[in-house]
Ligand binder design. Sequence first.
Ligand SMILES: NC(=O)c1ccc[n+]([C@@H]2O[C@H](COP(=O)([O-])OP(=O)(O)OC[C@H]3O[C@@H](n4cnc5c(N)ncnc54)[C@H](O)[C@@H]3O)[C@@H](O)[C@H]2O)c1
Length: 300
Amino acid sequence: MWLSKKNVIQFSETPAIVDANIGEKLIAVCINSKLDECEMETNGTKLMRLSGKVAVVTGAAAGLGRAVASRFAHEGAAVVAADINVQDGNALCDQLRAKGLDAVFVKADVSQECEVNALFDTALARYGRVDVLYNNAGVLLPGRDRSIDEISTETWDYVMGVNLRGSFFCARRAMAAMLRNGGGSIIFLGSPTGLVGCAPELTAYSTSKAAIMGLTRTMAVAHARDNVRVNSIIPGTMDTPMNSYILADPAVRERYREAVPVGRLGTPKDVEGLALFLASDESSYCTGGLYMCDGGLTAI
Ligand SMILES: NC(=O)c1ccc[n+]([C@@H]2O[C@H](COP(=O)([O-])OP(=O)(O)OC[C@H]3O[C@@H](n4cnc5c(N)ncnc54)[C@H](O)[C@@H]3O)[C@@H](O)[C@H]2O)c1
């Protein structure tokens, strides 16, 4: 249950079964300070928000994708995790399976159409359907992605190839599968850099993210009556490997932190809940939306 941790009186490092009065029902709740170990039961049935769904998560080996793939699996989804980083992607899925969860790793470079096709063929052969796409794989090339007078064609093509073409290839295959299912949820990753000119040195990255948000709205309207919902999450400055190069300098890190109204950088955990909401049936009236998850950065 969403609010179960707010209803129990205390948290415990050790899992414990307690009775809690939530709404009208007396249910047994397993509390633990770590959400991913929290299991909730009523009449022996686990209440998980993605039970029975199959979710493809790209860029699942690190950062936001890793956290979301793990959260989806803990919420009952069968997760097909894709990345170019075979070692970390396999390690994640091994960890999830060791907990009895359903996850499989598929090596796929999303910028290569044939690899995206193989990814979706694998997901469909294994599970027969795709209900959720967390369309997350992306690259940012600080130093190489530059202002328009300095950027090379190779850098432009590489960034567009992963961020835009890659997202497009995945979305197209996911949409075809979801139309056959009778519905689904596609979640893209936008960026404040695609909304406003806050990163003038990142020409390709910013442009790719602006296009992602256009693709979100276009797909959402085209398929609104097919029960396929399409939304974008717009993270702010997140403390992930993508930003490690930029945030390595403590003075720069402090500058970025200070710029965020809530006073801290974002973490992968901050995105998980929103991704879960958009993936689940609880967001059934939400499509074509751009959802800020930026600590107020773009509200200034
Ligand atoms: N971190 C931020 O501050 C931030 C802000 C706004 C938007 N985003 C977006 O969120 C998404 C995730 O960002 P992150 O911070 O977790 O990034 P990250 O660099 O920490 O992780 C990205 C993952 O994508 C994988 N990847 C890279 N190229 C790939 C390819 N061609 N095919 C398959 N996988 C590939 C990487 O191996 C890595 O595992 C990206 O689309 C990014 O643009 C991030």
